[in-house]
Design a protein around this ligand. Sequence first.
Ligand code: ATP
Ligand code: MG
Ligand code: MG
Ligand code: MG
Length: 566
Amino acid sequence: MRTSQFFLSTLKEAPNEAELPSHKLMLRAGLIKKLGSGLYTWMPLGLRVLRKVEAVVRDEMTKAGALELLMPAIQPAELWQESGRWAVFGPQMLKMKDRHERDFCFGPTHEEVITDIGRSEIKSYKQLPLNFFQIQTKFRDEIRPRFGVMRAREFVMKDAYSFHADLASLQQTYDGMYRAYSNVFSRLGLKFRAVAADTGAIGGDGSHEFHVLADSGEDALAYCPTSDFAANVELAEALAPADSRPAPAEALRDVDTPKQTTCEQVAALLEIPLQRTVKLIALMAEDKLNIVLLRGDHSMNEVKVGKLAGMTDFRFATEEEIRSFFNCPPGFLGPVGVDRSKVRLIADRAVAVMNDFVCGANKPKFHIAGVNWGRDLPEADIVADVRNVVAGDPSPDGKGVLEICRGIEVGHIFQLRTKYSEALSCTFLDAEGQTKPMEMGCYGIGVSRIVGACIEQNFDDKGINFPVAMAPFQVAVVAVGYHRSEAVKAAADKLYAELLAAGIDVLLDDRNERPGVMFADIELIGIPHRITIGDKNLANGDIEYQARRDPAASLVKVEEAAAMMK
Ligand code: ATP
Ligand code: MG
Ligand code: MG
Ligand code: MG
């Protein structure tokens, strides 16, 4: 591709609303363009990146024996009524009616549709096992879409669903998917961790999440450096010895009882100088700062939140106050039906505020200590919780102490067992002629989220630093003086043709721009290799080569350039 025929639209500054580096950089590099809340266009440059992720995912799925199909994005309500999820899925599901007043939804996931395919297409154990996958657009009406494509409303997911005659077969495919996922994330050059996840109502031990490791991640992960134990904090908490958790009634006891606390007590509580506390409280009085501390039981059904509110007191806020503060609808903090992602938002906000205002530059950073939330602790201990006391807790497998890190969920695999096959009568005849519900698994990858998550791990002050496997182009040939130097033009065209012939994804920057502008763009959009052709070096038979991660360029003989890139 030549830049003169392509569409680069880079920005010097990111729009204000972008919080995370990845979101800012994706907008600045012109990978995506916002249409509305949680809705993004993948611009030509960004689409190249997305397609590269898709290609790796597709390749690994195919190698693992899954078969690609493509299901409709719009799904009839009847299937969801059959599974019972029409009524319970909640406001994330976008519902609509057609001209005949029939109900539909834009699919947030496809268990119902695939189970319908399974029940009509699969009759005998001889056809099993089967694993189908698609790469397709999902819609979830997220309560707070943010971080660009990482928590979008419309996003691209790879979702696979498998059918089996028995649990052993499901386990085998599940293990294969686990390996395929590990291959995908390794090939994409991501630092990731697989953690055990809660299977909730389904039970059993068949669920894992794959997380790209990043401090900005929305999820907290508990892992043990001296054993294999790794779980998301909800599961780690659930696995903690039962006697470390209070009975629910007790845990709820003082939620509605505001407690008054003086500045001195706040200072003691946060272990910071009184002076600083007074400043904090002054900031709060000006409405510039709110601090929230929280704890809850392992399922987070009962959450206690303390709020350093405006004015001059520290106290536990009432449920009503918390609701109005965070704009939460009724039910949010009720004993049932808590939306975990909202608790996370509060936690994230507390952490950010603590880090910025309380810790200062030299002190350790706060983390939310999910594993400890189950205990009915005095205030000082809650603060200690927030100060990452989880590091040091024994782990659930008895083989060491837990550490906490943060991650971005990019994949999730799940043994569904017979939840959907029973609800939708998806049965088969076994070898003895008996009718049985099929065992099922489901396996999701956030294809579009991966792009943002990757950038969270790979950027610097110049821009994005894509791993080769995801970069929109592998090599940029920057031709300085393409429009005025015959020698540069000839050398650049020749190298470009050679690289194309070798199957290398190359961008020839043939714009009539200053070199600084060209370099800045190529660095911003994250092309891993740059070759610069200019009159001066060319006179000695040289070109300049610089990897995106190299501090400086080095000279290479012009005739060796193409071979070097192969
Ligand atoms: P999260 O906990 O981040 O809301 P989830 O657990 O609801 O994700 P799953 O139902 O497990 O998501 O879907 C499979 C994958 O789809 C997730 O692992 C994630 O990578 C991706 N995904 C889910 N929601 C979004 C979203 N709003 N935007 C982009 N990707 C998403
Ligand atoms: Mg979700
Ligand atoms: Mg999740
Ligand atoms: Mg998930």
